[in-house]
Structures are given as structure tokens and as C-alpha cells.
Design a protein around this ligand. Sequence first.
Ligand SMILES: C[S@@+](CC[C@H](N)C(=O)[O-])C[C@H]1O[C@@H](n2cnc3c(N)ncnc32)[C@H](O)[C@@H]1O
Length: 236
Amino acid sequence: MVESKPTAPGTIRKSAGQSGTGPGPITPDGSPVELYIESDAHGEDQVIHAAIPPASSILELGCGTGRITRPLLALGHRIVAVDESPDMVARIPETETVCSTIEALRLDRRFDVVLMMSFLVNVPDDEARHALLTTCAYHVRPGGTVILQQHDRESFARPRVLERDDHRLVIDEVEHLSGDRDAATMTHTLGDRTWSQRIVVQNLTEQQLTGNLAAAGLRFVEHLSPDKTWVRATPR
Ligand SMILES: C[S@@+](CC[C@H](N)C(=O)[O-])C[C@H]1O[C@@H](n2cnc3c(N)ncnc32)[C@H](O)[C@@H]1O
């Protein structure tokens, strides 16, 4: 694993409009490590598995604590898991990890599948989005697949509360910003622990996404889910 400086507990980095607070380590984009340690997949692994060949080699960008990595490994895929947070990748001893920003990543290998979930493609900065997609394009083999999970604009349309088992998520302080950007504060409560993460996203029309993919050397192929949040692309 490539080492970098650990994130101090409660650290806030207000880059690209993202920040986070709460117990335990917080990643530079505001994600709470302890929350992800206790979170399970909710069908994401099945969407991905259905879209790719058996026993694929996968480069997972922004893997977190391996919430999706582990189910995909169990389904027979081989994964290199990448995250800029050493606190996150330290939680995935089951497979090879790389601690790096996605933007700076340049491995000397190509993969059947490059996976970038968690709405990272909706980063509000256009140059940052281009850098992320360029990394996807660089690491996918000819004829391979890039799978992206986009933000669903409905989820920040208005404040709301979601509850599942003992996990309560409050989405509030919703702001609709210029340039079709949305911001919201997501407050997760799990037992007696609470984390808040301020998120700013760039909504992308199909035309904008297609253009962004093309600029990075990728071609939009299809949506993989009726809500259009899951996208398949391929090298041009
Ligand atoms: C919201 S968490 C989700 C983790 C995982 N994809 C999941 O669904 O459980 C987002 C992760 O992406 C990582 N991340 C965000 N931007 C990144 C970047 N530019 N380079 C590397 N990692 C990044 C964060 O450190 C965090 O672990």
C-alpha cells in the first residue's frame, strides 16, 4: 500500500464544497470512516456483478472501507481498491489496496472494469471531474468497462429523513445553487454516534455526462438502472 499522512480525527477539508464532522477519522471529502465500517451493501454489488463478465479484474476508485469490495470479491472478482484515505484502505486486508488520490493514480496495469461509485463523478469542479474520468480511461483495458454511479438529483430535491434498522439519515439545509449544483447536509445517526457531511454536487444531464466522458476518451454506452444513476462507459 502506498502510504500518506493519516487524517486526524474530526479533520475538516473544505475542498470542492465537501466537509464532515463527527467521531473518529473523517476523510478529506468529509466521509466518516466509522460509519462506513458499519455499513453494508444495499444491492450495489448486484448491479455491478450483473453488468460485468465473471471473474473480472476490477479497479475500484474511492473504495472506502470496502463496503462493496468485499461482496464483489465474494462473487469471484479480483479487485485493486483505491482510496486517498489511509484510514479507509486499512480496513480492507482482503485485497490489494493503493492509498492515492484518484486524480494522481497511474498504475502500470489495465483492468477489465474500472468502478467509480459514490457520486464522485458529480464533483462540482469541472477540472476535477475531468481528472477523475481521465484516470478511469487510463486504467480500463481496450474493450473494457467503466462503471459510474451518479448522484440522483431527486435525493437533494427537498429535505427528508430516511431510516433503516438503527441508521437514521437526515438530509437538510438543501440549497439549489447556480449552474445546476445542489448542496445538502447529510446527518447520519447510528446508536449514540452522529456524523454530518456537507455535500455539493454537480447534476449532470445525459448530454453533459456524454461530453465529459468523451473529453476523457470514454464513450457512454447505457444506463444500468431505471433511475439512470448507474452508467456503463467504454474506451472510445
Ligand atoms: C462516500 S465514501 C464511499 C466509499 C465506497 N465507495 C462505498 O460506497 O462504501 C467516498 C470515498 O471516496 C474517497 N474519495 C473521495 N474523493 C477521492 C479522490 N479524489 N481520490 C481518492 N479517494 C477519494 C473518500 O476518501 C471516501 O473513502
